[in-house]
Design a protein around this ligand. Structure first.
Ligand SMILES: Cc1ncc(COP(=O)(O)O)c(C=O)c1O
Length: 393
């Protein structure tokens, strides 16, 4: 690493998160790790930590992403969650990549192809999100019949993606019912993997009796979605409203709190690149946007909005002490300090002092967006028991 602005990932934390999830929710056979978007920007390397901890299937968005994972792991089955163009079916077969099937026309075309080997497919059901998947029961049946008659195709799985969590909405039960209705003509006992939940629906509902797989995403990266009971009048009012809804619409109960012991491990650091002494009333940054309030120092940090650090970031930390960001630019931040530090000292952008949750709150974004904001320009540093590895994706 030449420029010392990096995201630090502790591999042991990811492993312990996955182990904790599996220990507390042991009744599934397939724990699918959703590792799209460069493993939620933790970097593809971590797939092997997830696998070591018990993940036994992976899911990604595209064939590109699946092929990238193959550079790190050649064996684990990978499901591609978006339709794959039929011209690339040979690549899927050659690399043990499972495709999803979501419409009948695709199946009719697939049936005409002479496959070079065994192809695994998962049928996707649209339970109400209206993004991808079968919406007509007859088509599910027809698709299943066509596919099961093709020797080189294995209908290994069937799944849906839920649009809502069901914690405070009336759609969860509807979606589950829709799924069950659409797959009624298929004997689910003949299908190896049935997966419905994603992180939030998984932790906030009892296991559905007919599923044996779950797709885990953000929960592996430390976000348990546990909602500690709200206190005070507001909390009581929310609880009252929820209970009313549950009664009125006969909703299945949601689990608000879980006992997962998860940690986040996506910490961002930089260093002091330059220091200048400034006097009260001097100005700093583009457009002379900041006027110094008292004599002190401006610390220049090699980290800017090109690294995902937008104007809403207000502080950095050094040795547990918060310092105000007074000016920013594409590549550098300027921070005021009343104390002199040394060039090269470590700066926390977020981590132990400034938690990732507090950053999300201040930026008014969720963790998915924050992870995504810190793009590949920022080197990933992986810490393990006995080694530290830097990777520039
Ligand atoms: C089809 C599908 N399943 C599962 C997930 C994982 O979601 P989460 O990170 O909320 O668990 C995603 C994420 O985008 C998805 O698109």
């Amino acid at each position: 690493m030449y420029r010392k602005t990096y995201v630090e990932i502790d591999e042991k934390i990811l492993e312990s998160n996955v182990k904790d999830i599996i220990t507390k929710y042991p009744d599934y056979q397939y724990y699918m790790g959703v590792v799209k978007n460069n493993c939620y920007h933790h970097g593809i390397k971590v797939v092997n930590n997830l696998i070591k901890a018990g993940i036994n299937y992976l899911a990604v968005s595209s064939l590109e992403e699946a092929m990238d994972i193959r550079k790190y792991n050649e064996e684990i089955p990978i499901l591609v969650l978006e339709p794959v163009s039929l011209e690339y079916i040979d690549d899927c077969i050659n690399h043990n990549i499972t495709i999803m099937i979501e419409n009948l026309d695709y199946v009719l075309e697939l049936a005409k192809i002479k496959l070079i080997g065994k192809l695994k497919v998962h049928l996707k059901i649209d339970s109400g999100m209206n993004r991808l998947g079968f919406k007509v029961r007859k088509e599910v049946k027809e698709t299943y019949e066509i596919l099961t008659n093709l020797k080189k195709i294995e209908v290994e799985g069937i799944f849906t993606h839920l649009a809502t969590s069901g914690i405070s909405d009336i759609y969860y039960d509807k979606q589950i019912n829709t799924f069950q209705e659409l797959v009624k003509d298929i004997d689910l006992n003949n299908i190896k993997i049935i997966h419905v939940d994603r992180s939030i629906t998984f932790v906030s509902h009892q296991k559905l009796p007919f599923v044996n797989g779950v797709r885990l995403g953000i929960v592996m990266f430390g976000f348990s979605n546990s909602r500690p009971k709200s206190h005070g009048l507001r909390g009581a009012y929310q609880e009252f409203k929820r209970n009313l809804k549950i009664k009125k619409y006969h909703l299945s109960p949601a689990i608000l709190e879980n006992n997962l012991k998860l940690q986040t491990t996506f910490k961002m650091y930089s260093e002091i690149l330059s220091i200048r002494k400034v006097k009260k009333d001097e100005v700093v940054g583009y457009s002379a946007s900041y006027k110094v309030k008292e004599d002190g120092y401006i610390l220049t940090i090699p980290c800017g909005y090109a690294d995902g650090i937008t104007k809403d970031f207000k502080y950095v930390a050094i040795k547990g002490k918060l310092l105000e960001i007074v000016a920013d630019s594409m590549d550098m931040l300027m921070v005021f300090s009343d104390k002199k530090y040394k060039i090269g000292e470590k700066i926390e952008i977020f981590g132990d002092t400034i938690s990732i949750r507090s950053v999300c709150k201040r930026l008014n974004i969720n963790a998915y967006h924050l992870f995504n904001q810190i793009q590949n320009r920022v080197v990933r540093v992986y810490k393990n028991e006995d080694e530290t590895i830097e990777i520039k994706y």
